[in-house]
Design a protein around this ligand. Structure first.
Ligand SMILES: [Zn+2]
Length: 442
């Protein structure tokens, strides 16, 4: 189970505790709930000079989802884990829509301002807004975790494979097959270089094999990456003892011989994230994608974003305790919409102008708990609230949206902070209906 974060009276982070211990502290009145997401308690009495064990926050940045894990390097325990879903696509869609609206107004001569042209210089380190939002999501969460837990170091997956290793080391003999670290790096490199396609037939989505362009039985062969290509099982078998040229694919030789810098080994978003994490003042360790995969396979962990995160970097403990962890699903939602009222298909206003965003102290996006004692909607609902001026709210729970819950049954458990929260995938029943609802929530 994920641990519960603890802070002392001065709001300084202490060692996280087991949920059972936290429950005892809460029921005995020694602590109070400080934050619901991530669950953090604050102690009510002074602690005698505790020196907490430093933890490491580990990050596997992805374009849609980023895995985050807080790991104790000494004990090898995963203390807490989360999967952070970004809204980069949403940001892009919103900007595209705004551009279309402005263009339309200009073309209709609706007295809209002329496009600006003298503001095209971009500041150093500028990223497209969709990527900037991803980077900021991660930096935000690292900063939050530092407030709740004694974080002493950061690990981040920076590149797909180790370019140094590729250039200088000859991959000996059968190393690339036997599951060594170098073998994993080579595989990641080849996947990237051949765009995750078979070099001969172009098939995707299959398990690939490492193919020697000049076969090992021939003179002039080598184990260097320049002689290796990605092939599907069928092509590898069919090629047999032929060179790529004899097999009818002379271009593979040229493709493999291209210098390394031509391949997309690093991406700008990850570099930007790395620089901003360095600015936090904590030591930042970087790892390769090949090493992450190797670490995860060695430790028999499943392929999920948070497990990948726990395996980032050379500091990964020899054995990791991850089995009971239930990751927190965090979804970047943004804060509010700027659109003043909804439109029908012809662009005419369909609703009244936007009213106050606060209704009886609640705001759309707050996490609430509603206890309805009786009636057709009787029950307890925990989820994200959407407020209406009438005081009749909608609550989105993992099981779906319940409509028309009166404000007087609700209590805020977590204020809107730009993110939505759910317990991890393991908490949900494996029903297609539940999955559909979850997709809607995102
Ligand atoms: Zn093939």
């Amino acid at each position: 189970m994920s641990c519960v974060f603890v802070v002392d009276q001065q709001q300084k982070p202490l060692d996280p505790v087991h949920p059972g211990r936290a429950r005892f502290l809460l029921t005995a009145g020694h602590a109070a709930v400080w934050r619901r997401y991530p669950f953090t308690i604050i102690l009510k009495s002074a602690m005698p000079d505790a020196q907490p064990d430093p933890l490491r926050v580990k990050i596997d940045p992805g374009s849609k989802t980023t895995g985050i894990a807080v790991v104790n390097d000494v004990s090898g325990a995963v203390v807490w884990a989360a999967e952070l879903t970004h809204r980069g696509e949403q940001v892009k869609a919103n900007l595209d829509q705004r551009r279309a609206c402005r263009r339309s107004r200009r073309q209709r001569h609706a007295r809209y301002r002329q496009p600006r042209f003298a503001n095209r210089r971009r500041s150093a380190g500028w990223l497209p807004p969709s990527l900037e939002s991803r980077v900021r999501n991660i930096v935000t969460w690292v900063e939050r975790l530092r407030r709740y837990a004694p974080i002493g170091a950061i690990s981040q997956e920076l590149v797909k494979f180790d370019t140094q290793l590729m250039q200088h080391a000859e991959i000996r003999g059968v190393e690339y097959q036997q599951g060594t670290l170098a073998g994993y790096e080579v595989r990641e490199y080849l996947l990237e270089k051949f765009h995750r396609r078979c070099a001969y037939c172009g098939v995707t989505d299959t398990s690939f094999e490492v193919d020697h362009i000049i076969p090992r039985s021939r003179p002039g062969t080598s184990n260097r990456v320049g002689n290796l290509a990605l092939a599907c099982h069928a092509c590898n078998q069919a090629k047999g003892n032929q060179t790529a040229e004899e097999f009818g694919h002379p271009q593979v030789q040229a493709q493999a011989a291209q210098p390394l810098k031509d391949t997309a080994a690093v991406n700008t978003t990850r570099w930007a994230l790395y620089r901003r994490l360095q600015a936090s003042g904590l030591p930042v360790e970087v790892g390769t994608g090949g090493r992450t995969k190797w670490n995860r396979t060695q430790r028999g962990m499943p392929k999920t974003h948070w497990c990948d995160a726990a395996c980032v970097g050379p500091s990964t403990p020899q054995s990791i305790r991850w089995q009971a962890i239930q990751p927190l699903d965090i979804t970047a939602t943004g804060w509010q919409r700027r659109q003043m009222c909804l439109m029908d298909a012809n662009g005419f206003p369909r609703t009244k102008a936007k009213e106050h965003s606060r209704v009886q102290g609640y705001r759309t996006g707050d996490m609430v708990k509603a206890v309805v004692a009786a009636g057709t909607k009787g029950g307890t609902y925990v989820g994200r609230v959407a407020v209406r001026a009438s005081g009749s709210f909608n609550i989105t729970t993992p099981a779906g949206t319940v409509q028309g819950i009166s404000a007087r049954y609700c209590a805020v458990i977590h204020r809107l902070d730009g993110y939505g929260y759910q317990k991890g995938a393991a908490a949900l029943p494996p029903m297609s209906k539940a999955r559909g609802l979850r997709a809607n929530f995102r």
